[in-house]
Design a protein around this ligand. Sequence first.
Ligand SMILES: [Zn+2]
Ligand SMILES: [Zn+2]
Ligand SMILES: [Zn+2]
Ligand SMILES: [Zn+2]
Length: 603
Amino acid sequence: MDSQTKVCQNCHQRFWIESEDFDFYKKIDVPMPTWCPECRNLRRMMWREERTLYKNTCGLCGKQIITIHAPGTPFTVYCRECWWSDKWDPMDYGREYDFSQPFFIQYRKLLEVVPRPAFTGTNLVESDYSHACQNLKNCYYVFWSYFSENSQFDYGLLFSKDTYDSYVVDNSDHVYSSLHSNRLYRTQFGYFSDECLDSALLFNCVGCSNCFGCVNLRKQKYCIFNQKFSKDEYAKEIATWDLGSYKKLEEARQKFREFYFSLPRRYAHILNSQNVTGDIIRDTKNCKTCFSALDNVEDCKYIYFGGLNLKDSYDVSGGGINSQLLYEIYAMTGNVERCFFSAGGNDSIDTMYCDWARNSSDSFGCVSVQNKKYCILNRQYTKEEYEALLKTIRKHMDDMPYVDKKGRVYKFGEFFPPEFSAYAYNESAAFPWYSRTKEEILEEGWQWRDEAERNYKVTLRQENIPDHIKDVSDSILNEIIECRHSTSLWQTEHKACLDGCTKAFRLTREELAFHREMNIALPRLCPNCRTAEILSWRNGFHLYKRKCQCNQLKTKDQKLITYANTAEHFHGNGPCPNEFETTFSPESKEIVYCDECYKPEFL
Ligand SMILES: [Zn+2]
Ligand SMILES: [Zn+2]
Ligand SMILES: [Zn+2]
Ligand SMILES: [Zn+2]
């Protein structure tokens, strides 16, 4: 079939269903989507918590707990021990399908009563404040991380140690404030950099050591802002960049940012992959519009954080590990096959509309079921009953759809409505990527959670934090430190912070020791604002069709492109004719090159 244009039910923009898409939807027997790819991702992300933690009470043992679930919500929350125990059975909450009301309304009611875990995750040693993690030791405030230790305030760590304030960092040790990097050692502010050591402020550097403020370097030593020094000169020069001083650190970061903008960058981070579009892609083939697709992803489309042998899937926000034929999934991993419209779970086959289903098959509309087959709304059926009822339910969902406040129609084939999620927008994974105000979210009919009254007062103002880490005494551990984004100075220069600023923060003992050991000035931002700052080094999930900017005289805003090539290019002195899809909008400040133009300059 030829491609077809549709109008998104949510944003009312046009989107395209291409001929290969029809084949996929037919293969898995689902109707065509009615939301555009990005709105579908947004909707899924609203079904997963991000990192807002609350004090709450376990609904079974009554113990005080820290959890991703706010107190006062209608959900039943159990502490980790109770949730994993055999003291309760999700099937006790099972109910008959009710043909007098829409499926999604019934599903939300079930969701409210089936106990939810305070945190998910397994094999955590001394890591109480970690959520959605496996095999951690001595970690604090770490999320979606695996096999890591002695680390704090991170997201997406894998096999890393002593790593702080970082986002998706693998196989690293003694790393601070880094993003999408692999095999870093004693490195600070490393972005998209691999195999670097004893360095700071790196963008897209590989195999470098003793480098500072460098962009696009390969296998270099003793470079400062891409300028090569001898070992002795480097030692002298680097001594003038003492990052233990906050003032110096800010100066270095500012200079680094400007330097980054002055050099061309590749249109996307794509490594060792064939026939792919998107960003942050490695060892992948035949994938379109994918973002963070790593390690043998094949024949997929619209993947947002997927990897490790994920095959033949569409619309996956978090998923992979030997899985295939997934569609409209948030966070399902590990031998999952033919699972659609579901959030969380593992080792399952042929499930739809499930939340945290584990090791189950042939189930529909179930919450937290484990080792089950032929279940609907947590109720057991025989194979024959299940198959017959499933057919009737699919028809019922089309005949009696759920219609939301804005008239968006939810028939069979839609992911869950955001208003039925266990998390409000500003607690959800959507929030850091699609920043919206409370008013905008409420207008959509979605959920927003107002911050609870805080019963503490700031005891340390920004201006009273010692400039140099060496001048900080242990007493700072007792202070409640003001976040820079909540100072009136910052707020008059910028508009209000939309990053979920918690206005104040505390330092942990381990964090202070780490900053001293690494000689890095203390953070001036709360953890949420720190995350937003680090994410400003990568783009979101929208692709623009653009031309290579090599030898183009002017950018869209009529500013001259100031970079002069240093090597010969295949297109001679004229402009490069190559086009690509990139996450950089025409308005962005970066100079964006195609592969063929980037390589002679930097590789
Ligand atoms: Zn849309
Ligand atoms: Zn803040
Ligand atoms: Zn080019
Ligand atoms: Zn060129």
